[in-house]
Design a protein around this ligand. Structure first.
Ligand code: PMP
Length: 418
């Protein structure tokens, strides 16, 4: 038969979009997603995306894990599973969290489809339209998008090179409460923050936990990068200090692979049943296949060595980026010095609009993410996130050099001294 019959319209209403629920208006593509098409062109050095670099992962080893799983345990792996997640994996997750000082029980772990799903579930459970979520400034774009969809009002709290500033948190709480709005939780990424690249100091962790307990504010600790420290381990997790008032989110996306889409939430008792029910209504159960593949990998393979080799790979890239920033970026620019993770946060003179600068960077064959993507309130226009996780060190040097040139030219154009 000739012709494409699949595209014949069958009378679906033309005004479908008018029938969307009110909340659909808050479902917007993130700036990073929209950048993807350009940034993934092979001629562009992309310092934009935060994709884990799998080149240090022996694929033969993964093939062995997956092959063995299907051959020896296919009946279970390819079947539906429990809504809370596989018991064996939940035990292994507790062993992994012990590396960050957390003592936990597998009953309190809920496996999710990446920690992104956990962010969605907790937003669904906690946020009524207009409720306030306290969030670091800047913060993870995927969390901001989720909070927006549930119509939260994000109140940003300032950070410096030691992470969230306790005094700023106190002020934000007081100012929010003075307007009569409800604060539902504080969302914090304490290690190698996305996008800031900074780590919350141990002393501040304790102080922030004290403030939140005193003010009855729940803490959501999102920690996908915690084991990716280059300059020694990160401080103990906040959840290690407070098991009642902290919900901890973890993920295998950065320490093993993102493709299995396995993350987890370690929850206080009062939240567990609700979270499992919410998860079952969205996915029935997390993938047994993915969970058992991760579990088999953790049982049979030297995963600690593998994480160490990921750290080595990211460390040389971090070094390449910091060296080239020193060499090629103008004096008016400052940047964070990450001790782990994927990201450097660059601040330029306030006259430079990094979103408006993007087309010039693309002409110079380099991409980054403009700072405004990481704020709910339009701030960040003179900053940018640079990721060093994916390109080779040579490409990173090349990209930072080109970007430095673009910024220098822009500063000259605007008469900003250098
Ligand atoms: N939180 C943070 C801070 C992240 O950077 C990411 C991924 N970039 C996620 C959560 C989601 O990760 P995943 O769903 O792959 O576990």
């Amino acid at each position: 038969m000739s012709g494409d019959i699949t595209r014949i319209h069958t009378g679906s209403p033309a005004n479908l979009t008018e029938r969307f629920a009110h909340r659909a208006a808050h479902m917007k593509q993130s700036e990073i997603r929209s950048l993807f098409a350009v940034a993934s062109r092979p001629d562009i050095v992309s310092l934009a995306g935060g994709m884990p670099n799998l080149s240090a992962l022996p694929m033969e080893m993964m093939a062995e894990v997956v092959g063995k799983l299907v051959r020896e345990n296919g009946q279970e792996a390819l079947q539906y599973g429990s809504g809370q997640g596989h018991p064996k994996l939940r035990e292994q997750i507790c062993e992994m969290m012990a590396l960050e000082g957390i003592s936990s029980h597998p009953d309190d772990v809920i496996v999710t489809t990446g920690s992104q799903q956990a962010l969605d579930l907790i937003s669904r459970i906690f946020i009524d339209p207009g409720d306030v979520v306290l969030v670091e400034a800047p913060s993870y774009v995927g969390a901001l998008g989720t909070f927006a969809q549930y119509e939260a009002q994000v109140v940003h709290v300032a950070m410096d090179e030691n992470g969230l500033i306790p005094a700023a948190l106190r002020e934000a709480i007081a100012a929010t409460r003075a307007t009569g709005r409800k604060i539902k939780f504080l969302y914090v990424i304490p290690n190698y923050q996305n996008p800031g690249g900074v780590t919350l100091s141990a002393a501040r962790r304790t102080e922030i936990l004290d403030i939140c307990r005193a003010e009855s504010i729940f803490v959501v600790e999102d920690n996908p990068y915690g084991l990716l420290g280059f300059d020694g381990p990160s401080p103990n997790a906040m959840r290690a200090e407070d098991s009642e008032n902290v919900l901890y989110l973890g993920s295998f996306s950065k320490t093993i692979v993102p493709g299995f889409r396995v993350g987890w939430a370690l929850v206080p008792d009062a939240l567990k049943d609700k979270l499992v029910i919410a998860s079952e209504s969205s996915i029935l159960c997390p993938s047994n296949f993915s969970q058992l593949a991760i579990s088999g990998y953790l049982s049979d393979q030297p995963w600690r060595d593998q994480i160490a080799s990921f750290c080595g790979l990211y460390q040389v890239r971090r070094d390449a980026m910091l060296e080239s920033l020193d060499k090629y970026f103008p004096q008016g620019a400052t940047w964070t010095k990450p001790a782990g993770g994927f990201y450097v946060w660059v601040t330029l003179p306030p006259e430079i609009d990094t979103k408006a600068l993007m087309p010039k960077a693309i002409v110079a064959k380099v991409a980054y993410v403009p700072g405004t993507a990481f704020y709910a309130d339009g701030l960040g226009s003179w900053s940018m996130r640079l990721s060093y996780c994916y390109p080779t060190p040579e490409r990173i040097r090349e990209g930072v050099k080109s970007l430095g040139r673009v910024i220098n030219t822009e500063m000259e154009l605007r008469g900003i001294s250098n």
